[in-house]
Ligand binder design. Structure first.
Ligand SMILES: Nc1ncnc2c1ncn2[C@@H]1O[C@H](COP(=O)(O)OP(=O)(O)OP(=O)(O)O)[C@@H](O)[C@H]1O
Ligand SMILES: [Mg+2]
Length: 285
């Protein structure tokens, strides 16, 4: 579905992404992992049209989309989630979803004057759709709550909900689990799985939590120092020597059995775990 071909992105002398090629297959939940500074977010930003690559190409269903702007990609169903912007925190959950641009006609003056009836009908449809999304995400109990009052995890669900207001085909998630408690992380995982299975969403997600990655993602792509290092199932990449090396190589030597991660969802005994705060210090082999 998405084919990234030999993408490089240099910031001055820094090669943030260096000749990376990946594929995001239709219908899959692809995981993108790697130590801090590996170039994951930069690669996402290039796919999503936020950055222009220094070189290389990105294809969506064989169409060259390199250099298209985020709103153009949005129209093609390729979107990345963004944190709820500050000004949206004073709107309710329902209002937030109704604000998602999806070709509402209410915005132009001409429409306001001449197409009042159609406009109101459309608004009703949008509200209906928003309610359906809210039900799907189990957010019904906070439908009239201001977005600013939601917990971190509920905000993430709302961000996911915004992608459901448009016809999203591929959704890029950058650290959707960061700062979210275990219970809500599990719920977010559920929502992602259901969107994938029931609604046909294709996902690519950057995540540091290996338990979360193992539960949701196949395949998992590992980046390190701007390049793609490995690809396989979560289990395969976890036992890949090069991958372990990439995590360990950054300031952590032989720190074995540091933590067993008992409350994690994964039952695997060999884990490479890196948390945002931990700066890769929890890599375990
Ligand atoms: N706009 C920018 N200008 C200059 N350097 C940048 C810019 N964005 C990223 N970088 C650098 O590029 C490298 C890759 O950063 P990137 O954010 O893509 O890593 P990441 O894999 O997402 O890391 P993390 O896991 O910490 O989020 C880093 O060295 C970073 O400092
Ligand atoms: Mg990042």
């Amino acid at each position: 579905m998405i084919r990234v071909e030999s993408i490089s992105k240099h910031f001055g002398g820094l090669k943030a992404v260096n000749d990376a090629s990946i594929q995001i297959e239709s219908g899959a939940i692809t995981g993108l992992i790697g130590p801090n500074g590996a170039g994951k977010t930069t690669l996402f930003n290039i796919i999503a049209g936020v950055y222009q690559p220094t070189s290389g190409k990105v294809f969506l269903d064989d169409e060259d989309i390199t250099g298209l702007k985020p709103h153009q990609l949005f129209g093609k169903g390729l979107l990345r989630t963004f944190q709820i912007a500050h000004e949206f925190s004073r709107l309710t959950v329902l209002e937030n979803l109704m604000m998602v641009p999806g070709g509402q006609m209410g915005e132009s003056i001409t429409n306001t004057w001449f197409k009042r009836k159609e406009m109101m009908e459309q608004e009703k449809k949008i509200a209906q759709k928003a309610r359906e999304v809210i039900d799907f995400l189990n957010l019904t109990h906070v439908i009239d709550e201001l977005a600013g009052n939601l917990s971190g995890g509920q905000k993430k669900l709302l961000e996911l909900g915004r992608t459901m207001m448009v016809e999203a085909k591929v959704v890029l998630l950058d650290e959707v689990g960061a700062g979210v408690n275990r219970t809500l992380l599990y719920e977010i995982g559920d929502a992602i799985l259901r969107l994938n299975r029931e609604r046909g969403y294709t996902f690519c997600m950057i995540e540091h939590d290996m338990g979360f990655i193992s539960r949701l993602c196949d395949p998992v792509i590992v980046m390190a120092e701007g390049a793609v290092l490995a690809q396989g199932t979560a289990e395969e990449v976890r036992s890949d020597e090069q991958v372990i090396e990439a995590y360990l190589g950054r300031g952590l030597k032989n720190k074995k059995d540091a933590t067993s991660g008992e409350d994690r969802e994964s039952s695997a005994s060999s884990e490479v775990v890196s948390t945002r705060e931990g700066n890769n210090e929890e890599a375990i082999s």
